[in-house]
Write a protein that binds this ligand. Structure first.
Ligand code: ATP
Ligand code: MG
Length: 283
């Protein structure tokens, strides 16, 4: 049995549960319980505030956890980052009132900065020889300058909409973050085994994201040209068709490249092109 801590509610909760489901680890929605067990994988989920997840994993209260890299950095507990999960992407940035003239980091010397990430910020200022006053506040950081609590802020930004609404301008991107799977450093063999099994499943889910399974018919004579156009896990699968002189080609293509490849294939005579969604890619 392995115990996974995830955020009880908030921005990372839904995607954490969805990732588990895609990896074949179904969790019953019972929000009132702190701990739930999966029926189809030896895993139990512990629901916590995201702030508490790094410590829970470091102490071994949970074996693994899904949490933002920003929280891992801020809390500073000694845990392994087992995998980057690709969701919950954001950055932590310094922002100043938009009317202020900003001409580089030295702007912050002697200024008061409001943030929920004092550790990350003081490390950054130290590395850059900036002397500023850091004011730790738990929430609503973005209103601190307009109410006179601070001169600038250091906070999470994703689209930047909140900054604009509060009359602020992002001037320094200090850290990029995304959800990560963290692990306790002293997992026993059974738990390590379960962790690798989980990672294998996560990777298969990720690999299939944005990939399409494409089938098409092509004259035999054009196969070499088609191979040159197509990527493929190994090489495209080529099957003879009942119709003399024609083959069926099957290949996995990244969605980003899909239209370009299809146009190139049509140009060399591909017909009857089918594009199917791909659920899992297990290598
Ligand atoms: P908790 O109640 O668990 O303490 P919280 O209010 O501290 O939750 P959330 O706002 O739910 O935290 O954000 C959780 C994490 O999601 C953040 O630490 C960050 O890694 C990521 N995150 C936050 N804001 C955004 C955003 N706008 N876009 C993408 N990811 C974000
Ligand atoms: Mg929190």
């Amino acid at each position: 049995m392995i115990r996974l801590a995830i955020q009880a509610k908030g921005r990372l909760n839904e995607e954490s549960v969805a990732l588990l489901a895609e990896a074949g680890v179904a969790i019953e929605e019972s929000k009132r319980k702190l701990l739930t067990q999966s029926n189809d994988f030896p895993l139990e989920v512990l629901y916590l505030r995201d702030d508490d997840i790094p410590q829970a994993v470091a102490m071994g209260v949970a074996d693994v956890g899904i949490v933002g890299l920003n929280e891992v950095e801020e809390k500073g507990f000694d845990v392994d980052i087992a995998h980057k999960l690709g969701f919950g992407k954001c950055r932590i940035s310094l922002a100043v009132p938009k009317s202020e003239e900003y001409n580089g980091l030295s702007y912050f010397n002697g200024k008061r900065i409001a943030t929920s990430y004092p550790v990350i910020l003081s490390k950054f200022f130290k590395e850059n020889n900036i002397n500023a006053e850091i004011h730790e506040i738990a929430g609503s950081v973005e209103i601190a300058p307009s109410v006179g609590m601070a001169d600038a802020i250091f906070d999470i930004v994703s689209s930047g909409g909140t900054l604009v609404t509060n009359g602020l301008r992002e001037v320094e991107k200090v850290m990029f973050s995304e959800a990560v799977l963290i692990a306790n450093k002293n997992l026993n063999e059974e738990k390590q085994q379960l962790l690798s099994q989980l990672l294998f499943r996560f990777e298969s889910v990720e690999r299939s994201k944005g990939m399409k399974y494409v089938l098409m018919n092509l004259p035999h004579a054009k196969i070499e040209e088609a191979i040159a156009i197509l990527p493929g896990m190994k090489s495209p699968t080529i099957l003879p068709l009942a119709q003399e002189g024609w083959s069926s080609i099957h290949v996995v293509i990244n969605e980003r490249e899909l239209w370009g490849k299809i146009e190139a294939l049509k140009a060399i005579g591909a017909e009857d092109i089918l594009v199917l969604s791909l659920e899992k890619m297990i290598l």
